[in-house]
Design a protein around this ligand. Structure first.
Ligand SMILES: [Zn+2]
Length: 275
């Protein structure tokens, strides 16, 4: 596989208010491609003082990705969800003890969602490369750009995370170093060049994890992806610790998101594993 830097131009914007004053013809819809069992303890870091009361409880949560439709630029995916392999096999064809297991109903796979709606993809932006966000790539077209934050691939272990990038010849990496610093979120990249869709560096869950901001006419929507698993992370103010690269930056990132949502109450937020 070849690696190239994702090409973008700095927008010169230094506050989100200016972005939200210029909404664009972009919409989003969530696709559920399966479910996964997580535990509330761990989804909310139990070692954090504010989480002392959090009780162990299994939760079955959706595995989500987002269809982005831009009137002039076409259709994109944010994350790839799961491919159809998981309907027959909770491990998606992977072997080994560390492999995550997921549940999938018939016709929940990503390509089924795309075909039902007649969606022709222009590209895929990945928040990170964990199985529940990247496995769907196996059944998606290969002749479109796949884009992920720099550093993600270094932590990608095919024996655990699967062969999800097989067939992708070029991986486009977003280098957030030198991107617009828009407080309080920090490094943010205007992905389509018109202020409609932004990748925001939200490290912690993984090293180069991205969240996304969709700036449509219906009002801005912040998609945390795995920086926040469920809304309760935001309510309690405690980041996840399960499946997490490093807890400390994950907590910092969560606090930055909470701060952002307080500064811009017009922003609707969607957690990574909650509809
Ligand atoms: Zn993840």
């Amino acid at each position: 596989m070849k690696f190239v830097d994702f090409c973008y131009q700095k927008s010169g914007v230094n506050n989100w208010g200016d972005v939200f004053d210029n909404p664009q013809p972009i919409t989003l819809e969530a696709f559920t491609t399966g479910t996964v069992q997580i535990n509330r303890r761990g989804t909310i870091n139990p070692l954090h003082p504010r989480a002392a009361e959090v009780e162990a409880e299994e939760l079955e949560v959706p595995i989500l990705c987002y269809w982005i439709h831009h009137e002039n630029r076409g259709d994109y995916l944010l994350d790839a969800g799961l491919d159809a392999t998981y309907f027959q096999d909770p491990r998606g064809g992977l072997e080994g003890t560390d492999v995550d297991q997921f549940h999938q109903e018939k016709d929940q796979n990503i390509v089924h969602h795309l075909e039902t709606r007649g969606i022709y993809l222009q590209g895929v932006f990945l928040s990170h490369l964990h199985a529940d966000h990247a496995a769907g790539q196996r059944e998606l077209p290969k002749n479109i750009p796949y884009v992920v934050g720099k550093g993600e691939f270094e932590d990608y272990h095919p024996q655990v995370h699967g062969d999800f990038l097989q067939g992708v010849e070029v991986l486009h990496e977003i280098d957030f170093f030198g991107a617009d610093e828009i407080p309080p979120l920090g490094p943010s990249v205007d992905l389509l060049g018109d202020g409609s869709l932004w990748a925001v560096l939200t490290p912690g869950h993984t090293r180069g994890h991205s969240s996304f901001l969709v700036n449509g006419y219906a009002g801005p929507v912040f998609l945390t992806m795995d920086a926040v698993f469920i809304r309760e992370n935001l309510d309690v103010g405690v980041a996840p610790s399960d499946y997490t690269w490093e807890v400390e930056p994950a907590q910092k990132t969560l606090e930055k998101i909470i701060n952002f949502l307080e500064m811009y109450p017009q922003v609707r937020v969607r957690a990574g594993h909650e509809l």
